[in-house]
Design a protein around this ligand. Structure first.
Ligand code: SF4
Length: 256
């Protein structure tokens, strides 16, 4: 059996001093691979692991290597209430590697967050749930057909896993990307709110305004650009979305 420290996984980046990926100062580790294919994805380089994939910039690393990087900034986590965040891509796409990383963090008393799109087998969430201090959980589109169109997969597992985590008392911060005309419509935001009415334990939400960063990146990688004519939201539109959530008792943050 491979020792926990020697387990390997694919990552495409490690970001130091991250301040938008959970509380305090954090080190964010980006794991490669994602089951979704969102039209607005900012990290197309993190979606493919195959070396033939033009978006791949991935490298295989051991748990020990990642922990060495995380440990370097321990003093800042202690001072700021930060820790390590596992993001992607989709960290749940490599469940064994993620579990090994989370166990190491727990053993070393480093707080953890997992930034997830929620699309994974429920059994995998069971494996990680006890090891995670905070879930940064993305919610995108409530209408299943539209979810399939814009992300490539059904939202069924996303909604079911969110219910399971919320009802078992996990700490969750929702993240809703505001994509003009796609996720930020009145219909969609109202559907999200009515879904969350049944989950009163989830009352923290980050609204992530759209920016063209993803499209510029896709052009650089010579990938098809799918949101060519989308404009950024105005301050007023972002504020209106925030007010909508505040009026339902949510603690709202704009941005990560
Ligand atoms: S879930 Fe996140 S990483 Fe995956 S395709 Fe969508 S935006 Fe990109």
């Amino acid at each position: 059996m491979v020792a926990q420290q020697d387990k390997t996984g694919a990552i495409f980046d490690i970001k130091k001093f991250a301040i938008h990926d959970g509380p305090g100062i954090r080190t964010t580790v980006f794991l490669t691979g994602c089951p979704m294919d969102c039209w607005w994805c900012h990290n197309p380089e993190g979606r493919g692991e195959a070396p033939t994939d033009p978006t791949a910039k991935t490298r295989r690393v051991t748990v020990a290597h990642v922990m060495e990087e995380i440990e370097k900034d321990r003093v800042f986590y202690d001072q700021s209430g930060g820790g390590a965040t596992f993001s992607g891509g989709e960290p749940m796409a490599q469940p064994e590697f993620l579990v090994a990383l989370l166990k190491e963090c727990r053993r070393r008393q480093i707080a953890t967050a997992v930034d997830t799109c929620g699309y994974a087998p429920p059994g995998d969430f069971d494996k990680v749930a006890d090891l995670v201090d905070l879930f940064l959980y993305d919610l995108k589109i409530m209408d299943d057909e539209r979810h399939r169109t814009y992300t490539g997969v059904s939202n069924g597992p996303v909604l079911e896993n969110l219910k399971l985590l919320a009802r078992s008392g996990r700490r969750i911060q929702l993240r809703i990307p505001l994509i003009p005309g796609i996720t930020d419509t009145e219909d969609n935001l109202e559907s999200i709110l009515s879904f969350l009415d049944d989950l009163p334990a989830v009352r923290r939400v980050s609204l992530l305004p759209y920016n063209r960063f993803g499209e510029d990146k896709r052009k650089r990688y010579k990938l098809p650009v799918r949101l060519e004519r989308v404009r950024n939201q105005s301050e007023t539109e972002i504020e209106a979305a925030a007010e909508r959530f505040k009026s339902h008792g949510f603690d709202v943050k704009i941005g990560g």
